[in-house]
Design a protein around this ligand. Structure first.
Ligand SMILES: O=C(O)CCC(=O)C(=O)O
Ligand SMILES: [Fe+2]
Length: 227
């Protein structure tokens, strides 16, 4: 979306910061290209199946760790059993810069080492209900990058999935970081505005969102026999 008026860096709640236009157009195009490759495999992007039988309307692919409701594993046992692609080091670096810029705190950036990314694709009708990102065993911030169509991002409170919440528009290139007292706030995407993406940013239709997270998980040590 072409913002005629500059949109300011905004703190919605302590630890929840929106930085409009954080990614330059070239960086957005590179990320879209990377997302297209990740969507192919080794684990293809798909609509996540929910335990009660439904599916999510957004499509998702993961890096580093595979998320399925409501656990992280190294292999995508609900898709094709393959190990997910690794989280590239350049994306870890982007996450560190995101945290440093959002919090205007270089040391917070240096301390941040995400180990998973969830990449969601929203078509014109996809939405995401209010939820907490709480399957991680870490309270490190979540870094969210938006590409393509503009959406309404609903950022709520840590107690209930209902009001009070604030609706913000996330446009292509926007950064949103939620950590600290906002880390476990409910949030969701009630609406995507189809046709609002600028194809020059790399995505002709739809919206991509990348969230970087720290799972706090480690691989089980391999069992070794004592000599
Ligand atoms: O698409 C977004 O902006 C949010 C995605 C999200 O909340 C999630 O993947 O947990
Ligand atoms: Fe989330």
């Amino acid at each position: 979306m072409n913002a005629l008026l500059p949109r300011p860096h905004t703190t919605l709640a302590p630890g929840a910061v929106h930085v409009p236009g954080w990614l330059a157009p070239g960086a957005q195009r590179s990320l879209v290209t990377a997302c297209r490759q990740w969507a192919v495999g080794p684990v293809p992007m798909r609509h996540t199946r929910l335990p009660r039988g439904g599916t999510m309307s957004a499509q998702t692919v993961c890096l580093g760790w595979h998320w399925k409701p409501y656990i992280y594993t190294r292999t995508a046992d609900d898709v094709n059993g393959q190990r997910v692609a690794p989280l590239p080091q350049w994306l870890v670096g982007l996450g560190r810069r995101a945290v440093a810029d959002a919090y205007q705190d270089p040391s917070a950036g240096e301390a941040y080492t995400p180990d998973t990314a969830l990449i969601n694709f929203y078509d014109a009708v996809a939405t995401m209900g209010m939820h907490q990102d709480k399957d991680e065993r870490s309270s490190a911030p979540v870094v969210s990058l938006s590409l393509g169509d503009t959406c309404v991002f609903r950022f709520g409170n840590t107690e209930t999935r209902t009001r009070p919440y604030t609706d913000v528009e996330l446009c292509s290139g926007d950064l949103f970081v939620f950590g600290g007292p906002s880390r476990f706030a409910y949030h969701g995407v009630p609406k995507v505005y189809p046709g609002t993406a600028d194809p020059a940013d790399g995505l002709a239709r739809g919206r991509l969102n990348i969230t970087l997270r720290v799972t706090g998980l480690t691989d089980e040590p391999s069992t070794r026999r004592r000599a």
